[in-house]
Design a binder for this molecule. Structure first.
Ligand code: SF4
Length: 66
């Protein structure tokens, strides 16, 4: 699994950091997403997928399965 985020699209809603706090964080100053782990371990995959699906800005892209 490889994750990318689009900081220009992110609206700072923070859903990703709530769902998968080991993979996503938010900048303190404006809430824009910070990708903590672009290739998370398998136990994080379901949470990362969920975060991508609920992101209101569709700013999270998940590719691959390993
Ligand atoms: S859920 Fe989407 S819009 Fe919200 S902080 Fe994360 S990447 Fe940004």
């Amino acid at each position: 699994m490889k994750i990318t985020v689009d900081e220009d699209t992110c609206c700072g809603a923070g859903q990703c950091a709530l769902i998968a706090p080991d993979v996503f964080d938010q900048r303190d100053e404006d809430g824009i997403v910070v990708l903590l782990d672009a290739q998370p371990p398998s136990e994080q995959h379901a949470l990362a997928d969920e975060a991508a699906s609920v992101c209101p800005a569709s700013a999270i892209r998940v590719s691959g399965s390993a």
